[in-house]
Design a binder for this molecule. Sequence first.
Ligand SMILES: Nc1ncnc2c1ncn2[C@@H]1O[C@H](COP(=O)(O)OP(=O)(O)OP(=O)(O)O)[C@@H](O)[C@H]1O
Length: 294
Amino acid sequence: MDLTADMTNQPFPTQLFGDDAIDTAEEKAKPSSRQTVGDPFVENPRMICRDVYVYYAEKCAINNVSIDVGRNEVLAMIGPSGCGKSTFLRCLNRMNDTVGTCRVEGDIRLDDMNIYDPSVDVVPLRASVGMVFQKPNPFPKSIFDNVAYGPKIHGLVSNKTELAEIVETSLTKAGLWNEVKDRLHEPGTGLSGGQQQRLCIARAIAVSPEVILMDEPCSALDPIATAKVEELIAELREQFSIVIVTHAMQQAARVSQRTAYFHLGDLIEVGPTDRIFTNPRHQLTEDYITGRFG
Ligand SMILES: Nc1ncnc2c1ncn2[C@@H]1O[C@H](COP(=O)(O)OP(=O)(O)OP(=O)(O)O)[C@@H](O)[C@H]1O
C-alpha cells in the first residue's frame, strides 16, 4: 500500500486495508474493556514502563500503563486529543517534573536504571532520552552553537576540533549538513521551519542519546518538510530508539514498527503497526483508525 501520497491527517481510508482488512469476523475486545490488548513487551527492551499512573492534582491522566520501548524501533503513540499521549511521552525523560501538579507513579527504567530514583540527575537523563517538540525551538544562537551547546555542557568534548566534528556529524545525521555548512554562524532561527526542526533533531543527536522522544514533530511543517523528517526518522532508527506521538495516522503507519493506541488515559492496544492498521483487536482502536471518533 502506498502511504506516501497522503501527508494529511486523515483517518485511515478503509480501501487502503486491502483484502485482509479489518477482520470483522474476529471478535473484538468490547469498547468497555480497558485491559491492554496485544503484547506491549519486547525482547531486550531499551526502556521498560510498568504500572505507570500519572496525575495532574487529583485528575488521573495515565491509568496503569505498562509498555516497553525496543531498541532500534520507532514506537508510535496515537489516540484522540486528551487521551494522554504527550503526558506519557513526557514521563519517559521526566519532563513532567516541570509541572507542579503532576505526580508520576510506577516504574520506568532506562537500561535497568529507575529514572525516577531520587539519585538520578535529570540533566544527563534528558541527554540520554532527548526530546523534539511540536514547534521547532532552536536557541537564539548560531546554527553551530545550537548543536555545540549540549556536547559542551555535558563535557563530551575536550577541544575545538572534537566539537567541530560532533557538530558536523550531528548535522549530517540530521540530513542538514549540506544545506547549512556554508552558513554555520548564521542564526538557527533564520532557517525554514523544516530545517529548524532538523536542527533540533541534530541538537538532540549531538549529546549521544539512546532514545529520542518526538511530540508531533511534523505538525508545524509543510508536506515536503514532513517527508524529509519522516525519512530522517527511518534513518535514525538504525542508531536510536524513537517514540513518536502523532495525530496523523498515515504518519504512524509510514514511520513506525509498533503502534500504541491510547484512550482516556488507558493503553488500549499495542502491536505491530501493520496489524494495528489492518486488523485491530479492540473495538476502540478500530473506531479511531476508521475515523468514527477522534
Ligand atoms: N499541565 C496540565 N495540567 C493539568 N492537566 C493537564 C496538563 N497537561 C495535560 N493535562 C490533562 O491531561 C490529559 C491528557 O493530556 P495530554 O496532553 O497528555 O493528551 P494528548 O493525548 O497528548 O492530547 P493532544 O493530542 O490534544 O495533545 C488531558 O485531560 C489534559 O487536559
